[in-house]
Ligand binder design. Structure first.
Ligand code: ZN
Ligand code: ZN
Length: 366
C-alpha cells in the first residue's frame, strides 16, 4: 500500500514528505489510519541524533486514528475501533509483568530500534529500500501505520481524534507523574518546575486532584499566565524571583510534592531545596551529561526526602488514557488548551514552533 509519510533522511535536517510502501500488519499488529499525531520533544532529539537511532526513519509516537486491519493473534480490536498509540513494551519482563511497562527492560528494542523485533521494517521506498518503522511501536508520521498491539489503546468513538494523540506520550507523562506517582492529595501542596506541555499536564493532574496549593515556576510570563488560567494558585518567574524562597514562603516551610520537567541541574537543585520534611520529588526531564552531583546528601537524609525518576508517568497506557479521557469529559482535565493544530505538510513548522515555545503541544492533522 502507498502511504504519504514524513521521513528523517538526514540527522538534524527537516523531515521530508515522501510516498512510501507500507507492508501488511504482521502477527500482533494492527493497521491504523492516522487521523492526527502529536509532535513530542523526543521526536526532535531523535531527528537530531541524540539517540543511536539512525535514518531513514519515520518518527512520531503520539498517533490517533482508526483501526483498518488486524493481524494474527489480535482478538480484542476490530476494524473501526478508535485508538491512541502509546509507548511499546515487551509484556514479559519483570517491569511489564508488575504493571510498570514504561520501565520495560527491553524498552530500547521496542521503541527506538526502528524495526520490528525480527529486524523487518513496515515501510520501504518505491525501489524496495527499507525505511525504519515501529518508533514507539508505531512511527505515526504517516497516513497509515502497522502498530505493535501493546502500543494500541482503544478509546471511545465519540472522543475527538484531533485531541487524543498527545495522551499517548506528553500529556500522560505529566499527568501520570502526579496522578500515579507523587499523588498529592486534596488540600496538599505541589510545585511544578517548567510550564511546557508536560509541566502543564502535571499541573492539570494536580488541579484534578483538588490539591490546595499549586505552584508553577517558569521563566516565560505567557506560560505562567496560562498556568494561572488552568488552576495554579501561585506562579513564580524564576528569572526575577528566588523560586526556593517563594515556595518555602507559600507552603509554610516546604512543599510536599514537587516535579522537575526541565532536566536542568540548577532547577533540579531548586526543587530539592523547596521540599518539606518527607517531601517527594519527581524528575522526568532529560538531563545533560555533566549534571551529576547536584544533591545536598546530608540535607536530603536529615529531611527524609524521596526522589523518583519517572518515565511516561509510570502509566499502563490502556488503563490510564481512558481515565484521562473520563477526567476531560467531566471538565476536570482541559488538556485541549495545550494543543495547536497544523496541516501534515507543515510538520516542520510544528517542530520549530515546539522548539521556540510558540506552540505547547503541536498536533498535525492527516
Ligand atoms: Zn518489558
Ligand atoms: Zn514523547
Amino acid at each position: 500500500m502507498n502511504v504519504k509519510a514524513a521521513v528523517v533522511e538526514e540527522l538534524g535536517k527537516p523531515l521530508e514528505i515522501r510516498q512510501l510502501q507500507l507492508d501488511e500488519p504482521q502477527a500482533n499488529e494492527v493497521q491504523v489510519r492516522i487521523v492526527a499525531t502529536g509532535v513530542c520533544h523526543t521526536d526532535a532529539v531523535v531527528r537530531d541524533g541524540w539517540m543511536p537511532t539512525r535514518p531513514p526513519i519515520v518518527l512520531g509516537h503520539e498517533g490517533a486514528g482508526v483501526v483498518e486491519k488486524v493481524g494474527a493473534g489480535v482478538d480484542h480490536l476490530r476494524p473501526g475501533d478508535h485508538v491512541v498509540l502509546s509507548v511499546n513494551s515487551c509484556g514479559t519482563c519483570r517491569s511489564c509483568l508488575s504493571g510498570h511497562p514504561a520501565a520495560c527492560v527491553n524498552i530500547f528494542a521496542h521503541n527506538f530500534a526502528g524495526s520490528r523485533i525480527d529486524g523487518t521494517t513496515a515501510y520501504s521506498y518505491a525501489d524496495g529500500t527499507p525505511v525504519k518503522s515501529h518508533f514507539f511501536g508505531q512511527s505515526s508520521f504517516s497516513e497509515r501505520v502497522n502498530a505493535s498491539v501493546r502500543s494500541v489503546v482503544k478509546i471511545p468513538e465519540d472522543f475527538p481524534l484531533e485531541l487524543a494523540g498527545p495522551l499517548g506520550c506528553g500529556i500522560q507523562t505529566g499527568a501520570g507523574a502526579v496522578l500515579n506517582v507523587l499523588r498529592p492529595g486534596p488540600g496538599g501542596t505541589f510545585v511544578v518546575f517548567g510550564a511546557g506541555a508536560v509541566g502543564l499536564s502535571a499541573l492539570l493532574g494536580a488541579v484534578a486532584s483538588r490539591v490546595g496549593t499549586i505552584i508553577a515556576v517558569d521563566v516565560n510570563d505567557d506560560r505562567l499566565a496560562l498556568a494561572t488560567e488552568l488552576g495554579a494558585t501561585h506562579v513564580i518567574n524564576g528569572m526575577n524571583e528566588d523560586a526556593v524562597a517563594r515556595v518555602l514562603d507559600l507552603t509554610g516551610g516546604g512543599v510536599q510534592t514537587a516535579l522537575d520537567t526541565t532536566g536542568n541541574a540548577r532547577v533540579f537543585r531548586q526543587m530539592i531545596d523547596s521540599l518539606a520534611m518527607s517531601g517527594h520529588a519527581g524528575a522526568l526531564g532529560a538531563a545533560a551529561a555533566g549534571s551529576e552531583g547536584v544533591i545536598d546528601l546530608p540535607g536530603a537524609l536529615a529531611r527524609g526526602i524521596r526522589i523518583t525518576w519517572i518515565v511516561e508517568g509510570d502509566a499502563v497506557p490502556q488503563l490510564f488514557i481512558p481515565e484521562l479521557i473520563a477526567l476531560h469529559r467531566a471538565g476536570d482535565f482541559p488538556f485541549d488548551r495545550l494543543i495547536k493544530t497544523y496541516a501534515f505538510d507543515d510538520i516542520n513548522t510544528a517542530f520549530a514552533d515546539s522548539e521556540s515555545g510558540e506552540a505547547l503541544k503541536p498536533v498535525v492533522l492527516l
